[in-house]
Design a protein around this ligand. Structure first.
Ligand code: PLP
Length: 495
């Protein structure tokens, strides 16, 4: 059976259910599977299967301590008519000679790809709690750069035996994102704006997780902490499924031949989405290159090009705020795999990052990283491609997907590679309405909410259900706090 252990080498191996409940390992490492399962059947054999059927196979292959029936139940409850597209993740093709395929991951409740994992995580978690006979309440702490927070709140709202606490950077999210979070209903939901950026929020949450004494006090109160961030393996694994699904769909319609390699482009922040693609490749999906796209916070571009991860740099607030991140948590999992599962080495890198704000990997590890291409697009380039693609093909992208497309173009220019490419389309354009409206040169409006309407009038693209009438919903969470106050607020939330 596949077991899970810390990227930093500490602690014992545990089953998937326990890893999902814990969220993060005691030595602050992330849980990783001790081997990556290989797909049992050839990919052609999956042609004709639904998203749910493929998700069941992929998630079941990793989470072997769950029964087939348990995984099936989790999947069918997660991927149902909450999604506005029957296929769950539709694909859009643009271009002739060298087409690209946008894998639209944003048709869930909150209009961002985070719904793909956060629709199922509550089911995986509550199932795990039953299996492990966990009688405590689980308090889920989440730091968000905008999209995870809302998706986690929607996923966990009023789920029995859970509390969900979200921290977002006060000035680091779009107006639509903020309004989505502060209007959240549900008795177990708690939302705080923090004075700081996303990294401050994420570090604050990680420090709370590492505080043993606090954990003890909470246990006495009847609570255990867990995470809905992509540090939780229960978030990462469901994301592997859509890459397998995308490949199978391309096979099914004859866009690719059996065995043909594809490239995958992923607009990247915390490195979760692209790592899921890497896991898909390890399972047997023929992926040639991972195109890792960043915005001006291009720490990953530099890392992939030089082998040095260095956060001595300014933090930029950009028009793709969900990628405004300097410390990409899931890179730790990649380091673990690239180093030949060397927990001690990973612990060293993470210590150096904490102390010296930088680390450098070995030539061997760089060699293993050659399947990754790193590039970035600035805000102007992002707006430009959104405008171009809309003018030329009538296809509307959000700013994050725009970063992905721009970097994809640079990659093709640099390498001449003609491999067919899937671009992860991570959010609805309506979530970043003012920037998208600017990109396609609409008139100025007063706020994001009016841009949502003018975008609809111009493009005819339907406004996602969850974004309609947002400005009229009552604000239910209005606290703004200091990072140093996060722990106390967690304590106060948990009665
Ligand atoms: C979270 C997010 C990303 C970055 O994904 P990671 O898994 O953190 O790399 C990109 N785009 C959007 C819209 C997001 O919400």
């Amino acid at each position: 059976m596949i077991m899970y252990s810390s990227t930093r080498g500490g602690g014992e191996k545990i089953n998937a259910a326990k890893a999902v409940i814990k969220g993060i390992a005691e030595d602050k490492g992330l849980f990783v599977p001790d081997r990556i399962p290989v797909l049992e059947q050839p990919l052609e054999a999956l042609c004709g299967k639904t998203y749910q059927e493929i998700a069941e196979k992929v998630i079941g292959a990793f989470f072997q301590d769950y029964t087939g029936e348990e995984i099936h139940d989790c999947v069918i409850h997660a991927y149902d008519d909450k999604f506005s597209a029957e296929e769950i993740v539709p694909m859009a093709k643009i271009g002739g000679g060298q087409p690209v395929y946008f894998l639209e991951l944003y048709h869930g409740k909150t209009a961002a790809f985070k719904d793909m994992a956060l629709s199922i995580l509550p089911y995986l978690l509550t199932t795990a709690m039953k299996k492990e006979k966990e009688d405590k309440q689980i308090a889920i702490l989440t730091a968000t750069s905008g999209d995870t927070g809302k998706a986690a709140l929607e996923g966990f709202a009023d789920v029995p035996q859970t509390q969900i606490i979200v921290f977002f950077p006060q000035d680091g999210v779009s107006e639509v994102q903020k309004r989505q979070m502060i209007t959240q209903t549900g008795k177990n939901t708690h939302v705080f704006a923090i004075r700081g950026n996303f990294d401050d929020a994420q570090t604050g949450v990680k420090n709370i997780f590492a505080d043993r004494e606090f954990a003890q006090d909470l246990e006495e109160k009847g609570y255990k902490l867990s995470s809905a961030n992509s540090i939780n393996i229960g978030r990462l694994i469901p994301q592997v499924a859509y890459y397998v699904y995308a490949y199978v769909k391309l096979l099914e319609v004859g866009e690719i031949q059996p065995g043909e390699q594809i490239n995958v482009t992923v607009p990247t922040g915390n490195f979760g989405n692209i790592l899921a693609a890497y896991y898909a490749r390890e399972m047997g999906l023929p992926i040639k290159t991972f195109i890792c796209a960043s915005n001006e916070n291009k720490v990953l571009t530099d890392f992939i090009r030089t082998g040095k991860y260095d956060i001595h740099r300014d933090f930029h607030l950009t028009n793709s705020p969900s990628m405004d991140i300097l410390i990409s948590s899931n890179l730790e999992r990649l380091l673990y795999h690239l180093s030949g599962e060397d927990g001690k080495a990973v612990r060293g890198f993470m210590k150096a990052l904490e102390r010296e704000k930088a680390y450098e990997i070995s030539p061997e590890m760089r060699d293993n990283m050659k399947v990754f291409y790193g590039g970035f697009a600035d805000q102007g380039e992002t707006l430009k491609v959104i405008g171009q693609v809309y003018d030329k093909y009538g296809y509307l992208m959000d700013t994050h997907t725009g970063v992905g497309y721009s970097v994809y173009q640079k990659y093709v220019q640099e390498t001449g590679d003609k491999t067919k490419t899937v671009i992860a389309s991570t959010a609805s354009p309506y979530k970043f309405a003012s920037a998208v409206a600017q990109a396609i040169e609409l008139d100025q409006e007063l706020d994001d909410f009016r841009y949502v309407e003018s975008l609809r009038d111009e493009t005819g693209v339907e406004i996602p259900q969850g974004l309609r009438d947002l400005q009229r919903k009552p604000v239910l969470h209005n606290q703004v706090i200091d990072v140093s106050d996060m722990k106390r607020q967690v304590w106060n939330c948990l009665k």
